[in-house]
Design a protein around this ligand. Structure first.
Ligand code: RIB
Ligand code: CA
Length: 318
């Protein structure tokens, strides 16, 4: 029986790889994708998501979500100031324009109705963008905290951040949403931070392997990852031969839990006020902490298993 999942994405290049892996791997059933403002503005995220699903011929409903953070009008540093042109996420993914349309129901409406329904308790929620949609759905229907069986989220960093020295992008975009989600009481939360995703970079050689598979997903993933390698500046001592594909690691974890290594159960909270630390994930590693251990945190990952998962998913015969 394939494991059902819903992906909440801010479709940029690594979200796109996550979507294709989730849609392609036979052990998974991608129920729907919800879109959220993040890497690019919401309308771009939604168009990019539709383009990816059209490109691989996957008929998966796409529900449009939040266009801005929960309480702030924009990012802590407004997008137009933050964005140096270029980078790992183009405004539009290099795929043909979408032919399919988004679903009628908004992301929040869909998440509330779905998780109150019979399939909700069997469906993992994977969030690979800012947590605005998840926070809004939990605020609209607090019962979702008991109905969502597992939340896997890409976000945070115990080491250095990527958008500021202290913060990782997904959490930093909407820190209030992240703190609301982490304290909502969802019983099974796994955080996949930069510490894990940077431990499992994908290389140009791996892209050659995907090209040899020669499926639409494999070709698209190879192109997106090559783009990331050319433009990724965050990795220390980056030699431009590999790059993390953050979001897809969350999907690999659903099929191969052992892909995440050095996993801890810690109290985790988000800084929502610091001038230099806004959006920082505060992992409480103190043995004697009395705070609720509200999340599982992975500090490492297995790059070989991660790439094998991707190859299996893109081959479609996994
Ligand atoms: O910091 C990396 C995360 O931010 C990834 O999910 C990437 O897609 C962006 O959303
Ligand atoms: Ca993302």
């Amino acid at each position: 029986m394939a494991l059902k999942l819903i992906l909440d994405c801010d479709t940029g290049t690594d979200d796109a790889v996550a979507i294709m892996a989730a849609a392609g791997h036979s052990a998974l059933e991608l129920v729907a994708v919800t879109t959220v403002n993040g890497n690019v503005p919401l309308s771009n995220v939604t168009e990019n998501t539709l383009r990816v699903l059209d490109a691989i011929g996957a008929s998966v409903p796409v529900h449009i979500g939040a266009a801005r953070p929960l309480v702030r009008p924009d990012f802590p540093i407004p997008r137009h100031i933050l964005n140096s042109k270029g980078g790992v996420h183009p405004d539009y993914l290099d795929l043909p324009s979408s032919v399919s349309s988004p679903a009628e129901a908004s992301a929040v409406r869909f998440l509330v109705d779905y998780y109150l329904g019979s399939d909700g308790p069997q469906t993992v929620l994977v969030a690979t963008g800012p947590l605005t949609n998840v926070a809004l759905a939990l605020a609209a229907e607090p019962r979702l905290a008991e109905r969502i069986p597992r939340l896997v989220l890409m976000g945070g960093a115990r080491g250095w951040g990527n958008v500021t020295p202290a913060a990782e992008f997904n959490i930093w975009v909407d820190p209030e949403a992240a703190e609301a989600v982490l304290t909502a009481g969802i019983r099974d939360v796994t955080i996949v931070p930069l510490d894990a995703t940077h431990s499992a970079p994908v290389s140009l050689t791996d892209c050659d392997r995907f090209d040899a598979i020669d499926s639409p997903a494999a070709r698209a993933a190879s192109a997106f990852i090559r783009h990331r390698i050319e433009n990724y500046k965050d990795a220390p001592g980056n030699s431009r031969v590999d790059a993390p594909v953050h979001d897809a690691l969350c999907v690999a974890y659903l099929v191969h839990p052992e892909v995440l290594t050095d996993v801890r159960e810690w109290p985790v909270h988000v800084e929502t006020r610091g001038e230099r630390t806004i959006g920082q994930t505060v992992f409480d590693a103190r043995e004697w902490s009395t705070e609720p251990r509200n999340a599982r945190v992975a500090l490492g990952a297995d790059p070989k298993l991660f790439v094998r998962f991707l190859a299996d998913a893109f081959a479609g015969d996994s």
